[in-house]
Design a protein around this ligand. Sequence first.
Ligand SMILES: [Fe+2]
Ligand SMILES: [Fe+2]
Length: 195
Amino acid sequence: MISRKLLAWLGDTLRPSTIGKTATRIGDTLNNIQRATTMSSQASGNSPFPWTDSYLLGYPPMDDTHREFVDIVDEMLKSDKQAAALMQRFSEHAERHFTQEREWMESTEFPAAGCHADEHDKVMASVKGVLEQIAKGDISNALPLAHALKDWFPGHADYMDASLGQWMAKRRMGGVPVVLRRNILSRDDAASDRA
Ligand SMILES: [Fe+2]
Ligand SMILES: [Fe+2]
């Protein structure tokens, strides 16, 4: 026998307005699941160093270059068969990347240019050293360097490139950048997603 309480509950639940609300809630839940799945696949896949929009700094020319940096290092981490070609590709990227940032700093008299350029120089010295080893047939340091680049980039981008990016955006775009991040997965989430 169905109790009065249960009948009252069923009546309430089956009212058209309630069904509408429930359907909306289910729809929202499905959307959230879909969004989470999309973000998860964007950030993980088989990428050891996935791009996330948390790296965006709001100065588009710099953001484009940084996306290229992440993509190449990701390739280096995934494939040791093409170590020589990928290290050469990274070296050419880094040369362009660091030269571009140096020119921005010099042309606008950016105040903290010295220590920023020092970090770039240290990276280039390591890359050249590993390239010399590769030329002699030794690729043993290619993968460790790729890991070091992956560890180095977020800190450098947050502390050095972010201030340069804001500085450049103010000068070239007339204001502090508003960063629109589509993929809101944090770097920690991206990392744990890969584990
Ligand atoms: Fe940079
Ligand atoms: Fe930099």
